[in-house]
Design a protein around this ligand. Structure first.
Ligand code: AFP
Length: 336
């Protein structure tokens, strides 16, 4: 951001998007503002750390059999509470809930569906490493007021907006409405998101890969080949040295890639094959794929474009390879 220029707040940005040829529907604008407000509350809760008494396990598990952290549960509740009454939604779905959350009877229903991972990377909370919120917005099928699970099973290409928030040294929100990717930074004193980068673009080439190397022995041949060639560096077939980074919060790894390029991989392996992969399609892979593609990158399962997949269940998992276009294409090409 140019400090001599007047800041553009998220509200102003969204109103301008709405005005320019009616690109953004008023109800979608309201939805995004409400999500942003919820993220500010999550950011405050995360930022208090041990002082807020919010660290540690909640003592419960989610549908994926993963232990829930207190902040997973708190973040989920913040997003539900913020969004259920506004009249812009016909349903919400979350990583932390087995089934979609119905809009309570007393509130009006709207034309959108909101899906989210309320606190991605939550195993990093207790060690004070970046975590984040990922969200995806779909249109509710025509004629539906109270959405059922089947209404959420739409391919990623149907998303009307997607975004994530990283709760790191600063809180940043990255948003796409289907035309470019924009970054907002939370001004903590003002309590407002300020536009800090318009039209983010991922470099097409990179020398940085991101994968959990401890899974190496479980990988399929194409992934082994791709990573072996990166690791071989200058003297290998790629003829250049590669660096490696793995935060283990997808939001943080993808944010780095959007900022300076790279390839992020959570491929299918023999450990996760039975469940279809590690990461969730509807509220992790799809929104991140939309953002990555809108920023000029690519996102595949290794075999197909992620956003073309027809989901078959709410908590479906998929293999994920995303980031700098030329690297994703090469890794995908190795899958034959
Ligand atoms: P948690 O939210 O349970 O910490 O999972 C985070 C995540 O889904 C994704 O954000 C990371 O990229 C990935 O898992 C890390 O997985 P590994 O722990 O297997 O490296």
């Amino acid at each position: 951001m140019n400090p001599s220029k007047k800041p553009i707040f998220l509200t102003q940005f969204l109103i301008e998007e709405q005005r320019s040829a009616g690109k953004l529907q008023p109800n979608l604008r309201l939805l995004l503002e409400v999500v942003a407000r919820a993220c500010k509350r999550i950011s405050i809760a995360v930022g208090k750390g041990a002082l807020g008494g919010v660290l540690g396990d909640a003592g419960t598990g989610n549908i994926q059999g993963e232990a829930q952290k207190k902040l997973d549960v708190i973040s989920n509740e913040i997003l539900l509470e913020a969004n259920e009454w506004g009249g812009h939604l016909a349903g919400l779905a979350s990583e932390e809930m087995d089934h979609p959350h119905a809009i309570p009877d007393q509130y009006p229903k709207g034309g959108y569906l909101l899906l989210f991972d309320p606190l991605d990377g939550s195993s990093n909370i207790d060690v004070n490493v970046s975590v984040g919120t990922i969200f995806s917005v779909l249109r509710v099928p025509e004629g539906v007021t109270q959405a059922s699970e089947a209404d959420f099973l739409q391919p990623g290409v149907k998303q009307v907006a997607a975004g994530y928030c990283v709760y790191g040294p600063s809180t940043t929100m990255v948003l796409t409405l289907g035309k470019g990717v924009h970054q907002f930074t939370l001004d903590r004193e003002l309590g407002s998101f300020v536009l800090t980068q318009r039209d983010m673009m991922i470099p097409e080439d990179t020398q940085e890969f991101s994968i959990n190397m401890s899974n190496q022995r479980f990988w399929e041949e194409p992934v082994k080949r791709y990573i072996d060639e990166c690791v071989a560096g200058k003297s290998g077939p790629r003829g250049k040295d590669f660096n490696m980074r793995w935060v283990a919060s997808m939001v943080a790894d993808v944010h780095r890639i959007i900022t300076r390029g790279g390839i992020f991989m959570y491929p299918i392996d023999s450990k996760t094959k039975a469940q279809g992969g590690k990461l969730r399609l509807l509220y992790e892979a799809n929104p991140m794929s939309m953002i990555i593609e809108q920023a000029g990158g690519a996102a595949t399962t290794g075999r197909e474009r992620i956003m073309d997949l027809q989901p078959s269940k709410l908590h479906q998992r998929v293999p994920v390879i995303m980031g700098s276009k030329n690297e994703v294409e090469l890794a995908t090409q190795y899958h034959g």
